[in-house]
Design a protein around this ligand. Structure first.
Ligand SMILES: [Zn+2]
Length: 459
């Protein structure tokens, strides 16, 4: 059987010519998409004109396309929805590029700031979404006919109903109980339905491990799950988490993102996570990287780090077109050390607005956290980055407050602090000032705890 990773027919194993071949694949689709968006007079055409284009034919090369500014981001998405609600009585956005009656499926983001932003799908958009997600399901080893268990939240999330319907289109049998049902009920229903694969966030997976014996009298291993498909929050690429899942469930674990505007990425089946493979290069340009500060296009090559601009190549309803995601990615172009596949992979490095600039060195809190976690169990894994003023500019040294591990003697704190300073110096090319504090002395508030604290601010 051919691997689901081989959905492209690019033969070259040279990173430069591989990316060149991808550009050649993208350009005609982009040109067609630009002509399509040009007909939208409420949103896209004015932006094209403001960017200096006089006709869709002005975009002749990928460089022409990459030279355009961002057309969409979260804030503009909300404004566009508000404006269409006022003007047309629907919340799908002025950037809706199809008749509202063609929009047959909705998903939304969490709306942490109040208003959700919608992902809108036509029938064709859904079909491509199912195809892309299907490649990811296949990579995880899922087979048509398998029972899967859905412990993602079902409430409007992409990983909710949209994934459930994609699983049905794939031929699987999703048991869509949802995270809303709570851990005890989820465990009982898994025991009852005997799924082969579990779809859940890393924090849900951790809770199932911790509570299984108390709730249903057996360890999670007895549930017989073979595949743990994670998404929705970071963590499933962490070596510690992957080992924990293997130890407790005896299952393979996959870290995935996808569903939004035909994007799809997933880790391959290897003990370690070597970044996430792009599963939709033919439908989506998700890593058009720009400098997070200047927004100038960056050269795409192995090792490039930048803020990702996302464009769906052939999306019909309210598409991402030069959508500034705020995600900072690191690209890998070449052979995957895990599975040997040649292609493009990425790691999520952080958020563009989290970037710190320390004497010209750009660093993301998540990268600092990764280095600190190399010192487990001597540290607990909890840390804070304390700044005197809002980022990005930081007057050195950067101050880190790091919790000692539960069994780390206070006499060892000093040496531990110096060792972490040294390792950060080696890996991230700046020397921080580390203070070790007692175990469990930093407040914990779940997966979304902010690593950065700014003096005088309570957030
Ligand atoms: Zn791989």
């Amino acid at each position: 059987m051919t691997s689901p990773l081989n959905y492209l027919t690019i033969a070259t194993k040279d990173p430069g010519s591989y990316l060149h071949a991808l550009d050649a694949l993208r350009l005609p689709k982009l040109q067609k998409q630009i002509a399509y968006l040009w007909t939208n007079e409420d949103y896209f055409r004015p932006l094209f004109l403001a960017a200096g284009l006089t006709s869709p034919r002005d975009v002749q090369t990928i460089e022409d396309f990459r030279g355009l500014p961002a057309f969409l981001d979260k804030a503009r998405h909300r404004e566009s929805q508000d404006a269409s609600l006022q003007r047309y009585g629907h919340p799908l956005g002025l950037h809706l590029t199809t008749a509202p009656e063609n929009a047959i499926h909705l998903a939304a983001t969490s709306g942490t700031t109040g208003t959700p932003t919608f992902y809108v799908f036509t029938r064709k958009d859904l079909d491509i979404t199912y195809r892309v997600l299907g490649r990811m399901f296949a990579l995880s080893g899922l087979r048509p006919g398998d029972t899967t268990f859905h412990a993602f939240g079902l409430s409007l999330w992409l990983a909710g109903i949209t994934y459930v319907q994609a699983l049905e289109a794939y031929g699987a049998r999703p048991v869509a109980l949802g995270a809303e049902a709570g851990v005890p009920k989820i465990l009982r229903y898994i025991q009852l339905t005997r799924p082969r694969a579990l779809f859940a966030t890393p924090s849900m997976v951790n809770q199932l491990i911790e509570r299984c014996r108390d709730e249903i009298g057996v360890p999670v291993e007895a549930l017989g799950l073979e595949i743990i498909f994670c998404s929705g929050e970071p963590g499933a690429s962490q070596p510690l988490f992957r080992r924990r899942v293997k130890d407790h469930f005896g299952a393979k674990v996959f870290d995935a993102t996808g569903g939004a505007w035909h994007n799809g990425t997933i880790t391959c089946d290897s003990g370690q996570a070597y970044g996430m493979h792009y599963m939709a290069e033919d439908h989506c340009f998700r890593y058009d990287l720009v400098d997070p500060e200047t927004k100038a296009p960056l050269e795409l090559k192995d090792g490039a780090v930048g803020e990702a601009i996302h464009t769906a190549l052939e999306y019909e309803a309210a598409p991402a077109f030069r959508n500034a995601t705020g995600d900072v990615l690191k690209l890998h172009v070449g052979e995957c050390p895990g599975c040997g596949h040649f292609g493009v992979r990425m790691d999520i490095v952080g958020r563009a607005d989290d970037m710190l600039a320390i004497k010209g060195v750009k660093v993301y809190p998540a990268a600092i956290q990764d280095v600190v976690r190399q010192f487990l169990p001597h540290v607990s894994g909890e840390l804070r980055i304390r700044l005197d003023a809002p980022p990005p500019r930081v007057e050195p040294p950067l101050r880190l407050v790091i919790e000692a591990g539960e069994a780390t003697a206070e006499a060892d704190w000093d040496g531990l602090g110096r060792a972490i300073e040294q390792r950060i110096r080696e890996l991230l090319t700046f020397r921080p000032s580390v203070a070790i504090v007692p175990f469990a002395s930093l407040p914990r508030s779940g997966a979304k705890t902010r690593l950065v604290e700014i003096a005088g601010r309570s957030s």
